[in-house]
Design a protein around this ligand. Structure first.
Ligand SMILES: Cc1cc2nc3c(=O)[nH]c(=O)nc-3n(C[C@H](O)[C@H](O)[C@H](O)COP(=O)(O)O)c2cc1C
Length: 167
């Protein structure tokens, strides 16, 4: 059992929901999870591993997720960390691995992250604001996939269990 912080940056709730899916999947395999918007995390004390999920907008990771990684760089460097991006409004994330954007790759390097995954995103048909509402006319939908999330969670969980056994 590992105590895992799942922090997220979400503009329209899709990534918040994805982070909750990740939290549920981690809990289901026996981990203890703290789920929180990245901007509300005041300390990493007590966390044994951290997952940071950020929505992608025009290839940029959500500001709260970026800031969280920068602000907690020292503590994150000492912990197993995974970064999560969300995500394409189509099937691509389910079909093949999608590389982290250059910005996310830089953040990964800063904290020595163990890995990264891109999951599908969500855009609601009644989205407001420009250009999201225009996009929603043709690309609304939900590509977050609980099965894919559970598969990824079992991979990282195996890594965490292996690390615990080794210490
Ligand atoms: C204006 C706009 C730009 C987007 N740009 C990207 C992008 O560059 N890459 C990507 O994978 N998804 C992109 N998306 C899809 C979002 O990442 C997806 O809807 C995500 O689930 C949004 O998360 P949120 O609801 O937490 O804000 C974009 C969506 C909108 C509305």
């Amino acid at each position: 059992m590992t105590r895992i912080l799942v922090a997220y940056g979400s503009r329209r709730g899709g990534t918040a929901g994805l982070a909750a899916m990740i939290g549920e999947a981690l809990t289901a395999v026996g981990h203890e999870v703290v789920l929180s918007p990245a901007r509300e995390v005041s300390t990493l004390a007590g966390a044994e591993a951290v997952i940071v999920a950020g929505a992608l907008y025009a290839n940029r990771w959500h500001h709260d997720a970026r800031r969280f990684v920068r602000r907690n760089r020292a503590a994150l460097s000492e912990l197993p960390v995974w970064l999560v991006s969300s995500g394409p409004l189509d099937e691509t994330a389910a079909q093949h691995e999608i590389a982290a954007t250059p910005q996310v790759r830089k953040l990964m390097a800063r904290v020595g992250a163990r890995g990264h995954v891109t999951f599908g995103g969500r855009l609601s048909p009644d989205t407001t604001g420009f250009p999201a509402s225009m996009m929603a006319k043709t690309r609304a939908g939900d590509w977050r996939d609980a099965t894919q999330v559970r598969r990824w969670v079992s991979l990282i969980s195996a890594q965490l269990d292996g690390a615990h056994r080794a210490t």
